[in-house]
Design a protein around this ligand. Sequence first.
Ligand SMILES: [Cu+2]
Length: 113
Amino acid sequence: MIADSGGVPSGGRVTYRWKVPPRAGPGPMDPSSIVWMYHSHVDEVTDTNAGLVGAIVVTRQGKARPDGSPKDVDREFAAYFSVVDESQPIAEGERRALHKPPPTRRRRGSARG
Ligand SMILES: [Cu+2]
């Protein structure tokens, strides 16, 4: 892993490199590739709800093209389904990403009703 503990700046890019042990790849009865999910462990729930998740495709040795895609697959896509509690406040960074100003706080009993 290359990144330090400072996180990835907005618009930034980090390249991660993992050593993939044979047990992380497809087994004898699996297709040419299997998928693992990656996600943030900084603030796991908030970050995952903000979309900081993705797929890692591990293809059997000798079954990948030079770009890493499996030779026996025409198209790849990953789908991730999740249940999210939208009643929970979202993180400030997520709010900024949506280009919405933070909600205005109002005092109870305000003359403006
Ligand atoms: Cu995890």
